[in-house]
Design a binder for this molecule. Structure first.
Ligand code: ATP
Length: 345
């Protein structure tokens, strides 16, 4: 174990409880995402680890047996990448990357060696002498990462590192960032509100809600075995199926579904990929909209449940908008969970 966070809580002046007591252990080289809606305490937790925010009394932050709780941000040796990158616009790429090392008063040849090393790792050779203003968003993001890595931090902390980029570039850089972090072999914590980003980059994801970690696990574990309705909604966009549960069955507006045996919980949810158009299905629905997405169609369905449902439909054609269809959902695909927090914070 490398980084241990124990009993981390934060109450801001005025009584805002941004973080309830939180424990987290992060292994060497592990990448952990803090995922959650706006205001749930992700940045506060990250800033406490960085030493930029003081936690409530009783917290402990330990790195490889060394207690960092009372150390300043400088002596903790954490690297930070901010959403805005916070680069010096008129300085060259090389100047930006070497800035922290210069502040540490390292000998010039050592600075040059380290700067070259991260420039090569981040594939920035072609841009090394350019000004920041002459770089694209994606290139700036790599410079910010290189700058944070140059002082060889113990842990890298990234606060929404891709959110300043447009959607297409974000998707592309997700994979690149995941590969770079693994090349560096760095232990990293990154904050995001984007589930795809968390799943693509992290070894483990901590889903946060209202100042608490609702669940932590691998992307697969969170998707397949969400602990609460909140986690199921946030990871994989599960849709609630509010209805009457009686005798192992769930009674919905459009029909009745059989629940898996022995399942307990207060909320039933389903994901779009688990709803099938099936002439023998038990649920009646109407197709309100059909969206072609290349690999599949996305159907918007009304009448089956209280709220419209979405279903993913593969095949060469889709049912027409306005048509009446029947749907089936395999009992084992239903998520039957404790309610958990449903309100977005
Ligand atoms: P976002 O994704 O919007 O950045 P977040 O999950 O990172 O959100 P935080 O920034 O950690 O959330 O904020 C958690 C809560 O603490 C929010 O209710 C926020 O308003 C409050 N908060 C954050 N910083 C302060 C502060 N300096 N003073 C008072 N309240 C604060």
């Amino acid at each position: 174990m490398t980084l241990m966070l124990a009993n981390i809580a934060k109450t801001f002046p005025g009584g805002v409880r941004a973080l309830h007591s939180t424990d987290l252990e992060i292994a060497r080289g592990e990448i952990v995402a803090l995922l959650g809606p706006s205001g749930c305490g992700k940045s506060t937790l990250l800033r406490i680890v960085a030493g930029l925010e003081t936690p409530d009394p009783g917290a402990r932050i330990v790195f490889d047996g060394e207690d960092l709780t009372r150390q300043s941000a400088e002596t903790r040796k954490m690297g930070m990448v901010f959403q805005s990158y916070a680069l010096f616009p008129n300085m060259s790429v090389r100047g930006n990357i070497g800035y922290g090392l210069k502040m540490q008063k390292l000998p010039k040849p050592e600075i040059a060696r380290r700067v070259d090393e991260v420039i090569a790792l981040c594939r920035l050779e072609a841009y090394a002498d350019r000004a920041i203003t002459a770089l694209s968003g994606g290139q700036r993001q790599r410079v910010a990462l290189a700058r944070a890595m140059a002082p060889r931090p113990r842990v890298l902390l990234l606060d929404e590192p891709l959110s300043a980029l447009d959607a297409a570039l974000r998707g592309q850089l997700r994979t690149e960032l995941a590969l770079l972090l693994r090349d560096f072999g760095i232990t990293a914590i990154f904050v995001t509100h984007d589930q795809d980003e968390a799943m693509a980059i992290a070894d483990r994801v901590a889903v946060m809600s209202e100042g608490r970690v609702a669940q932590i696990g691998t992307p697969e574990a969170l998707y397949r075995k969400p602990a609460t309705g909140f986690v199921a909604r946030f990871v994989g966009n599960a849709m609630p199926l509010p209805g009457r549960i009686e005798g192992g069955r769930l009674h919905l507006r459009g029909g009745t579904l059989i629940l898996p045996k022995g399942a307990g919980g207060q909320e039933v949810l389903v994901r779009a990929e688990d709803i099938r158009v099936d002439p023998d299905g038990p649920l009646a629905a109407r197709i309100d909209a059909v969206t072609f997405l290349g690999t599949h169609y996305r159907l918007t369905l009304s009448g089956a449940a209280e709220e419209p449902l979405h279903a993913l439909h593969s095949g060469l054609s889709a049912p027409e908008t306005g048509s009446e269809v029947r749907l089936s959902i395999a009992p084992e695909a239903l998520l039957i969970l404790p309610k958990g927090e449903t309100a977005l914070c």
